[in-house]
Design a protein around this ligand. Structure first.
Ligand code: RM4
Ligand code: MN
Length: 393
């Protein structure tokens, strides 16, 4: 029923690469309360331990994303060496340009040139960190925005933002790139300076080829067709990566597939289609897309939540690889609407657990990573040993 052989599908799933994020292992919460969970890491070294464990249990999560200064250390090479000793590499780096009091009225868009310069300098410092740890991707989220009409001048802020991004971009080496996130709202509620994919894309196009759009699945209005955005960005050669999570209402940061696994599947259908595109440029670009998790475990245990996201990504891609592309294309050409949809639903409804069990056997990891973790000494050791203040955002 598929145009790919079982062996092709298995090897594609074995090569899958999902990046987990350091802040997904720590205590996070809402505006009202941050609860801690037994076993939560107390520092960045323990976050690395947890990311390494997720890779050990799944075989497909070999990198971890960091946020600076949340993950600030004195010696970044030592951090990278520590990660490597655990079979893990440092992935994308995000500069925090939203935490300091200085950023109350914006970072790159601030009216005060000193504050804009500070945000630019911090981002350039993060490029140095990238070079030290061997990271090639800067994941940039600009939290700037306003709460009230009249609070800021849209076009002036856009100009500041454009100039600031240009300065940061200029600091990237040839093998480094920037992925630029957008977010509909929060922390600002009236407008955000990069609110949607079109705004991000226009900045990227001005910056140059090394700038691409980052799609965070939680950063759209309800009902927005994300797979269509993904297809459009692929077509423009500007899809850089994903922040993976799931939402019911807004930027809920729930684990992948928790609310709407069909949406993730439809996104994966676009990505697999692009990987197999006859145009080598399209397929090469699709293979470079970064799949980064960006979730926050508020009351749930962090490692199990991360395992759920990783395995949900495997499941979505397994199903997308099963889509009978030839049947889909003929149904589309014939105008057979029901059949075209049926081809997708048929793949989506396939039980891919046996296929994923085989992938895991070949990777030499547990067939059920979640169960393996729950019953492991790793879990009890974390609960017993990590006494003291848990790391937070
Ligand atoms: C933001 C955005 C960024 C993430 C921070 C922690 O809402 O999604 O990607 O790094 O949260
Ligand atoms: Mn994000």
């Amino acid at each position: 029923m598929t145009t790919l052989t079982r062996e092709d599908i298995l090897s594609r799933l074995i090569r899958q690469h999902i990046e987990t994020q350091s802040w997904g292992y720590v205590s996070t919460g809402t505006r009202f309360k941050v609860y801690t969970t037994p076993g939560t890491p107390r520092d960045v070294w323990e976050k690395i331990d947890d990311a390494a464990l997720v890779h050990e249990l799944t075989g497909v999560a070999p990198t971890v994303a960091l946020h600076i200064p949340w993950d600030k250390v004195d010696d970044y090479q030592a951090l990278a060496t520590y990660a490597r000793s655990k079979n893990l590499s440092i992935g994308s780096i995000s500069p925090n340009i939203f935490q300091d009091d200085d950023y109350k009225f914006g970072s790159f868009t601030n009216e005060d040139p000193r504050i804009r310069a500070k945000a630019i300098q911090h981002s350039l410092d993060c490029i140095d960190v990238m070079s030290e740890v061997g990271s090639t991707v800067m994941s940039m989220w600009v939290a700037d925005g306003t709460n009230y009409p009249g609070q800021g001048n849209f076009r002036r802020r856009r100009q500041y933002l454009s100039e600031s991004l240009q300065e940061v971009y200029a600091g990237l080496s040839d093998d480094q790139s920037m992925i630029l996130e957008y977010k509909l709202f929060e922390p600002a509620f009236y407008h955000t300076d990069i609110a949607d994919w079109g705004q991000s894309l226009s900045f990227c196009q001005k910056l140059g080829d090394k700038a691409k759009v980052l799609v965070d699945l939680g950063h759209h209005a309800l009902g927005v067709n994300i797979e269509h955005i993904v297809a459009t960005l692929i077509d423009e050669g500007r899809l850089g990566g994903f922040d993976l999570n799931n939402k019911k209402y807004a930027d809920d940061d729930l684990f992948v597939g928790a609310i709407n696994p069909y949406e993730m599947f439809l996104i994966a259908v676009e990505l697999v289609g692009a990987e197999d595109d006859p145009n080598p440029q399209v397929s090469a670009a699709a293979k470079k897309v970064l799949y980064k998790i960006d979730q926050c475990a508020m009351v749930e245990e962090k490692i199990p939540a991360m395992l759920r996201s990783v395995t949900a990504m495997q499941s979505s891609f397994a199903k997308a690889l099963l889509v009978d592309r030839e049947a889909l294309r003929s149904a589309q050409i014939d105008g057979d609407v029901v059949e075209a949809n049926e081809v997708l639903v048929d793949a989506f409804e396939t039980d891919v657990r046996p296929l994923l069990a085989e992938v895991r056997e070949r990777l030499g990891v547990p067939t059920n990573p979640l169960a393996a973790f729950k019953n492991s000494k790793e879990r009890s050791a974390r609960i017993n040993d990590r006494i003291g203040i848990a790391a937070g955002w």
